[in-house]
Write a protein that binds this ligand. Structure first.
Ligand SMILES: [Fe+2]
Ligand SMILES: [Fe+2]
Length: 284
């Protein structure tokens, strides 16, 4: 589906009913979580994903200070989007609890507090720089968003396949549907914004090529981010997955022809980390 204007993209998004409705969540058989084994190597992955979802709030606050966040259409999308990401974090936390992994009641606050000072200062600088470039930075923001949403979706797909836990799969399927709608919004707006000028294309490509890092890295310790990526995408199969579902879809955007940044970065991380193929299960 291609859109002519940002307003059309927003109208489309707003017509999408929430997948993770009260009814969907009410139908999750939480008591059955313990009936199926969960390989413990996925616990840090689930915690990482939970934390990154919760940190969306912080990112949203930052973005609201920029011309991108002040765009009424993008602002409207982001209001609903950030709420949906919170639900994802909460569902993952509940799943962990039901699987016997205890977490603190105030985990969201702890995650925010643990964000490194470097990240906070760095982001402040980036936000200020963004304000200098003004609206012409929106294409870059939207492309970043498209890559983050695409890679997150693929991460959840891999997790569902590899963990092979029926209740987790059910939850992840719901989350994935919402992530796909987020991807479609970001990608479509990125496309429209990039079409505006050769300058926005060059700027976006330059920033992604030199500064893109996997979602959550920077705000969360690098080891945690690397562990998650290596666990989910190790092997030729995982890298092909990223290439097909993320890199090639970004390459279709105006000005992004031939850019292999995401595949290169993920490939590098996977090559540097070996995750033991233990099948040690959390005992029930
Ligand atoms: Fe999410
Ligand atoms: Fe998302």
């Amino acid at each position: 589906m291609t859109f002519e204007t940002k307003k059309d993209v927003l109208d489309w998004y707003e017509k999408q009913p929430r997948t993770l409705s009260r009814e969907f969540i009410g139908n999750i058989d939480w008591k059955a979580v313990k009936d199926y084994p969960l390989d413990e190597k996925f616990v840090p992955v689930l915690l990482y994903m939970r934390d990154v979802e919760a940190l969306t709030d912080m990112y949203y606050e930052e973005l609201r200070r920029t011309p991108t966040g002040k765009d009424p259409i993008i602002g409207k999308f982001m209001e609903r989007w950030s709420g949906e990401e919170q639900t994802h974090g909460e569902l993952l936390n509940r799943f962990l609890n039901e699987a016997g992994i205890e977490t603190d009641d105030k985990w969201q606050t702890q995650v925010r507090r643990a964000v490194t000072n470097f990240y906070t200062v760095n982001n402040y600088l980036i936000t200020s720089l963004t304000n200098l470039v003004g609206k012409r930075f929106t294409a870059t923001h939207m492309t970043f968003g498209a890559i983050h949403e695409l890679s997150t979706t693929q991460g959840y797909r891999r997790l569902a396949d590899l963990a092979n836990h029926p209740i987790l799969t059910q939850i992840l399927r719901g989350i994935i549907r919402e992530e796909s709608a987020h991807t479609h919004f970001y990608w479509s707006v990125a496309r429209l914004e990039l079409q505006n000028s050769a300058f926005t294309q060059k700027l976006a490509r330059f920033i992604i090529k030199h500064f893109w890092t996997p979602v959550g890295s920077g705000a969360k310790p690098k080891e945690e981010s690397d562990y998650t990526i290596a666990t989910l995408f190790q092997g030729a199969n995982g890298l092909n997955w990223i290439d097909r579902n993320v890199t090639q879809r970004i390459q279709i955007l105006p000005g992004f022809d031939g850019l292999t940044k995401v595949s290169d970065k993920i490939g590098q991380i996977v090559a540097q980390h070996t995750i033991p193929d233990s099948r040690f299960q959390i005992s029930n």
